[in-house]
Design a binder for this molecule. Structure first.
Ligand code: HEM
Length: 245
């Protein structure tokens, strides 16, 4: 415990925590986009969309070895902890770098933050707001746009993204997230000490390529529903879904 505290107290320790938590959050996004792309793979012979079946699988993963939803809630716990630590540590790092800036006391007391630091802060705040809205929209159904039913993921996506304002709003946020990720992955490489003039071009290409792939994957979903390319949802009884593992 003391070692963790000591690590946290140093700048490099904070950078390391920012990198590890960023990696966990990025890993979640990779899994999330892969799972979401199941909207394009059709339905089971019983008519259950693969994405609904996948959502159900996430709920019961690990059972009967562990109680249903145990794996789901553990993953949610790790994600939430990573998110909190990430926000905390990057905010502290931003404040530290601001304090460490040479102050030109003749002209002005404060120097402006660097452009990447500023846009990481603004895009980060927007992403936080989006995640809260998004969970209320697609997980809890507290914010309903066009109707919501628990477990019927395909139908919920169809209903919401049928509204072009919602679809375009999601697409806009995905682009913002792309900018955040691109810089984030690059910073991660630097914190891990992988950067080096000989391979920086390749590392930049990797971070941009990965980010573009993830963002195109996400954007393809609202875009396809909005353009009317996706088949209408077919009603099926909930028992059929919960019987599916
Ligand atoms: C167009 C892009 C996206 C679509 C279509 C989408 C779709 C969904 C859907 C349908 C759910 C509910 C799943 C269920 O009930 O089983 C969900 C949950 C969630 N999404 Fe997204 N998502 C998108 C982008 C994102 C992004 C970019 C983030 C993070 C920055 C994100 C974070 C989450 C989180 C944290 C949950 C809750 C997971 C849980 O604990 O159950 N999503 N998403």
């Amino acid at each position: 415990m003391n070692r963790i505290k000591a690590l946290y107290a140093t700048t490099i320790g904070k950078k390391f925590i920012a990198a590890v938590t960023g990696l966990v959050l990025f890993g979640f996004l990779l899994g999330h986009v892969a799972g979401n792309l199941k909207v394009f793979t059709g339905s089971t012979p019983d008519g259950i969309p693969h994405i609904d079946e996948y959502g159900q699988f996430l709920k019961v993963a690990g059972a009967p070895l562990v109680p249903e939803q145990f794996v789901l809630w553990s993953a949610r716990g790790v994600l939430l902890l990573s998110l909190i630590l990430h926000v905390l540590v990057v905010s502290q790092l931003a404040m530290l770098s601001q304090e460490a800036r040479p102050v030109n006391y003749v002209k002005s007391k404060k120097k402006a933050a660097s452009l990447p630091a500023l846009y990481m802060m603004f895009t980060g705040i927007l992403i936080l707001g989006f995640v809260i809205f998004h969970i209320l929209h697609f997980t809890t159904g507290t914010i309903q746009i066009g109707g919501f039913e628990h477990g019927y993921i395909y139908q919920n996506l169809f209903n919401s993204f049928g509204n072009p304002f919602v679809a375009l709003g999601y697409i806009f946020v995905m682009v913002v997230i792309g900018f955040h990720l691109n810089h984030g992955v690059w910073s991660l490489f630097q914190t891990l000490g992988l950067d080096n003039p000989d391979r920086n071009k390749t590392l930049r290409l990797i971070s941009t390529g990965l980010t573009i792939a993830v963002i195109i994957g996400f954007i393809s979903i609202p875009l396809s529903f909005m353009s009317g390319l996706m088949p209408d949802p077919v009603a099926y009884p909930h028992d059929l879904l919960t019987g599916h593992k």
